[in-house]
Design a protein around this ligand. Structure first.
Ligand code: NAD
Length: 369
């Protein structure tokens, strides 16, 4: 087992807490990384392997993600031993026992993550009255229904377009993944006059250089069908979306879809990352050298975490939408201005801004030297 003092630094972690309740089959770790800006928010992940080091690394990523989003929250994360595909009946005693175990850890606000959902958050709320990502019946804001992340992508497009001399009206947009993130991004960009020339899902792709009808695509998805069943669609791997010429390319499906091996196929000017880590580091570097602007995931797709912070404050859906739009607009502007002046890729500029925010907040704490 690795030694926590090997990875601890002046920013954190503040606490690593093991939680164990044999009767409920609970085994987990909570990492609270840094709370200088406010109580930590981060997901509860259920996974077959659990380690303090992984919990810490995920918590550190949340410290920077929350700081980059401009939230008054630090970063935390919990990892519970279990199979993410277990039934609700199997998960409920574990999640309720977990809630009791963190009752006094007030500096950690749990949210949903891989293997947990809004129902799990409702159990935690029921036990200790502290969680986010709740069902609407008990005060949750339905972020996928209102399109929290798609709205952040559209706000990113408004700012980024100026940095690459692009008119959104008439711009050709290709979207990989037509789920909660992709479909709202399509709707909002089409509303700005962009042409959605290609979309894909796990069933295939629909490609039409003249532009696809977003309402026709939405009808297909509402009926549980694939976008590939659109009249302009093609059943298949959907991989050909990489070759579609566009001005804006949006990954909104899975991690690591663009790598050093296939990045040469992308022909676009602006990438807005909806999915988490959709491109490898090398692929982003190659695009930077080619002059393609890439707005990184944790800046462009922060709509969900901003929505969670508004929910925690008891805010309304309308307040969540307004906060997402204004924060993401400001953050993308700050990141792209720094990237432009420093000549560095936007991801590096974003990380440096986030780290500065955390260091400034940490410097205000007692005992800080
Ligand atoms: P979702 O399950 O609603 O949609 C995912 C879509 O991707 C589906 O249409 C699916 O068919 C498609 N897909 C799967 N494999 C594909 C492939 N190989 N090629 C093309 N399409 C494929 O998920 P979502 O909520 O829209 O999230 C999409 C991504 O964005 C995920 O990586 C998620 O972690 C990330 N993300 C989501 C949010 C959010 O608010 N929902 C926030 C931040 C990041």
């Amino acid at each position: 087992m690795s030694n926590p003092w090997d990875w601890a630094d002046e920013l954190g972690p503040e606490k690593i807490v093991y939680v164990h309740d044999a009767a409920a089959d609970l085994r987990g770790v909570v990492a609270i990384d840094n709370t200088a800006a406010g109580p930590s928010i981060g997901g509860v992940r259920m996974a077959p392997d659990v380690s303090a080091e992984e919990a810490f690394r995920l918590a550190r990523a949340m410290t920077f993600k929350n700081a980059a989003a401009g939230l008054r929250h630090g970063g935390g994360k919990a990892v519970l031993f279990g199979d993410p595909h277990w039934s609700d009946e199997r998960k409920e005693p574990i999640v309720r026992a977990f809630a009791q175990a963190i009752r006094d850890l007030n500096a950690y606000i749990p949210g949903p993550d891989m293997g947990t959902n809004e129902r799990c958050m409702a159990w935690i709320q029921d036990e200790i009255g502290r969680s986010v990502g709740l069902p609407t019946e008990i005060g949750g804001i339905p972020l996928d229904e209102i399109g929290a992340t798609g709205l952040g992508l559209a706000a990113s497009a408004d700012v980024a377009a100026r940095y690459c001399d692009l008119e959104l009206a008439g711009a050709r947009v290709a979207i990989q993944g037509y789920g909660n993130v992709g479909r709202h991004a399509a709707r909002l960009l089409a509303g700005r006059g962009a042409a959605i020339v290609a979309v894909s899902d796990s069933g295939g792709a629909a490609i039409d250089p003249k532009g696809l009808s977003v309402s026709a695509l939405d009808e297909l998805k509402a009926a549980g069908r694939s976008v590939a069943e659109h009249p302009a669609g093609r059943l298949g791997s959907g991989d050909e979306i990489l070759d579609v010429e566009s001005e804006i390319w949006i990954p909104a499906a899975r991690p690591d879809v663009v790598t050093r091996d296939n990045v040469g196929r992308l022909s676009t000017r602006l990438v807005l990352q909806g999915a988490n880590i959709p491109f490898t580091k090398e692929a982003e570097q190659i695009l930077h050298e080619r002059g393609v602007l890439v707005v990184p995931d944790f800046i462009a797709n922060a709509g969900g975490v901003i929505c969670a912070a508004v929910e925690y404050q008891g805010g309304s859906e309308q307040q969540a939408l307004e906060t997402i739009e204004s924060k993401i607009t400001d953050n993308v502007e700050a990141v792209l201005a720094r990237a432009q002046s420093s000549g560095r890729p936007p991801r590096e500029a974003a990380l440096s801004i986030a780290e500065e925010r955390v260091r400034r907040a940490t410097a205000l704490r007692r005992w800080h030297r």
